[in-house]
Design a protein around this ligand. Sequence first.
Ligand code: CMP
Length: 142
Amino acid sequence: AVERTLSIIKPDAVAGNLIGKIYSRFEDQGLRIVAAKMMHLSREQAGAFYAVHRERPFYNELVDFMTSGPVMVQVLEGEDAINRNRVIMGATNPGEAAPGTIRADFAETVDENAVHGSDGPETAKTEIEFFFKSDELCPRTR
Ligand code: CMP
């Protein structure tokens, strides 16, 4: 089915001037960008976005990192978009990511792993609504 998923290009990859290369991975592998914005997240925004991880030992470092510079936030649309994006990204830990994936090619550590993507339909809906109003989504008309 056609789905939408929330994607973030994290501060390490924005700093590395990799936005275009990462967008090409999405577009070349069947995903359309239907909404996008660059933001520098506040601690409140990053903490709320990752609230599900607040008891994890890496939470404070995660918030530090995600607020360390601007991010690119986008909604990707396409057939099986949620899982397709997860395949394009590769494993959370770049050391375990398959060759040719974004994290294998552009990231070094699990803490600074270039991209985030929603992990399922419920989180996709919640995460898209976290960043975008429904009238900010631009479905294709041609
Ligand atoms: P992300 O998909 O953005 O969701 C939470 C992030 O926490 C994850 O990617 C990693 O970058 C980061 N993280 C750091 N340590 C871990 C860990 N041990 N397990 C999962 N995620 C981690």
